[in-house]
Design a protein around this ligand. Structure first.
Ligand code: MG
Length: 449
């Protein structure tokens, strides 16, 4: 049905009052004026859908409206603390939002942001992201356009993806990279293990357990020295075996010191990495002022970032080349659009964080933004497994190393709630494996992941 044609334009006077806005609306906001040609639509319900079709705890928010059959979906996945996000949505955002105009995306974001008084943080921002993305989905459905059209239209046909090639041995990484290249990928992230250590991204090797005994055990042991000596050898192996054309990426995952990062980047320059990711944790952002002038290696940073105090200085200072923020962790599409626009002015490209713990809804949302962003850099490859695709009909298609958008209105993706319910979260507690908090140096001290 053509909603615009069927229902026509309602004047501000015809739709104002009633459900109200903001509790005590100011005079300029009291009208609830809908976009010309569209009827007003109110938020009637907000709920979370928790599902783990392939073992990862996904949180998706569904926002229902006063128009029959019109709803939106958004990603609120913070898999490590999923139930807390669900509480933030169901117990706190839902009562705040019922009755609001679904079109008021920016105002809903701003008012939700301050509604908790103390703000920011992974839980509250993921909850807000679920609502925010759902409202963009609703608005684009109302416009009967794929969401990228509302962001300015498509400036590329698909989003270049990078593939995760991981293994305990270099040969395993090489095999995985070859497989990716055969599938059409032009960008491959390479991660290999260090014998005896719980190296990030290296697969399932059982780490040694000779850490200092104590109440903190069981312990996954990791040491930075052997790791920074291994990585240049990994790149050398890949360049020799795979040639010069494939783009190689690597994720440090924050575990090394400033001098180690400087030396590692210098060692890797000759292999021309596409980017080196997250050399430092967010607590050490000032290190980039020292690292940046000493290396030509492109730097990607930011999957743990929350707020503008973390990412604005790095972007405005041209201290990084790719912003890696996790879209739901910074509050959703509304904030990601602003961060992306800021980055464009400083020559920083987007490489939004998006492995398997971003739901397919989140990937579809990222993709809409990427298709319309001039400074898009790369999309973290997501291989949607069969069960996940069944739960989320309309998963973005992956072809020849690109992610392609659905041309359906909105995000172009749905959720089969009955099927989602067949894949509940794994039983707990614990409700997460706590790996991050259990990786320690040999002396027992915890590392920042
Ligand atoms: Mg990472």
């Amino acid at each position: 049905m053509d909603r615009r044609g069927a229902l026509g334009f309602l004047s501000a006077g015809a739709v104002g009052g009633g459900l109200g806005l903001l509790g005590s609306p100011g005079p300029l906001l009291a009208g609830g004026v809908p976009p010309r040609g569209l009827p007003p639509v109110k938020i009637t319900d907000v709920k979370t859908i928790l599902t783990a079709p392939d073992g990862i705890r996904l949180v998706v928010v569904k926002v229902m409206t006063s128009e029959a059959g019109l709803y939106g979906l958004g990603c609120a996945t913070f898999t490590q603390r999923a139930y807390v996000v669900a509480t933030a949505v169901e117990q706190y955002l839902k009562p705040f939002l019922i009755g609001r105009d679904a079109d008021d995306i920016e105002d809903i974001w701003q008012s939700s942001y301050v509604s908790s008084y103390w703000r920011n943080g992974g839980v509250l921002f993921n909850a807000m992201s679920g609502v925010d993305q759902a409202l963009w989905d609703i608005k684009a459905k109302r416009a009967q356009m794929p969401l990228y059209q509302l962001f300015g239209g498509r400036c590329r046909l698909g989003a270049d993806l990078y593939y995760h090639a991981s293994g305990e041995e270099f040969a395993e990484v090489e095999d995985a990279a070859r497989k990716a290249m055969e599938l059409g990928y032009r960008h491959v992230r390479i991660q290999a293990g260090v014998p005896g250590l719980a190296t990030y991204g290296a697969g399932g090797r059982k780490p040694e357990t000779d850490a200092v005994d104590g109440p903190r055990n069981p312990t996954r042991v990791w040491e930075p020295g052997p790791y920074v000596r291994m990585v240049p050898r990994l790149f050398e192996h890949m360049r020799v075996k795979l040639g010069e054309e494939v783009e190689l990426l690597h994720d440090v995952h924050e575990r090394i010191t400033l001098p180690q990062a400087v030396q590692l980047c210098k060692d890797l320059e000759r292999y021309r990495p596409y980017f080196i990711e997250d050399p430092f944790p967010p607590e050490e952002n000032d290190h980039f002022k020292i690292l940046r002038p000493q290396t030509s290696v492109p730097i990607a940073m930011g999957e743990l970032f929350n707020n503008q105090q973390e990412y604005v200085p790095l972007i405005a200072g041209r201290l990084i080349d790719f912003i890696r923020a996790h879209v739901s962790q910074i509050g959703g599409l509304s904030m990601a659009r602003k961060v992306g626009a800021l980055a464009e002015f400083f020559g920083v490209k987007t490489a939004w964080h998006g492995p398997g713990d971003t739901s397919p809804v989140g990937h579809a949302a990222q993709l809409a933004l990427e298709l319309a962003s001039a400074n898009f850099g790369i999309h973290e490859g997501a291989l949607f497994h069969e069960r996940t695709k069944e739960v989320f009909p309309g998963c973005p298609e992956v072809k020849n190393g690109y992610m392609l958008a659905s041309e359906a209105p909105g995000l172009g993706i749905d959720v089969d709630e009955k099927l989602a319910a067949k894949y509940p979260f794994p039983p707990g507690p614990p409700n997460f494996d706590y790996t991050w908090g259990r990786t320690r140096r040999r002396d027992g001290s915890v590392i920042r992941p």
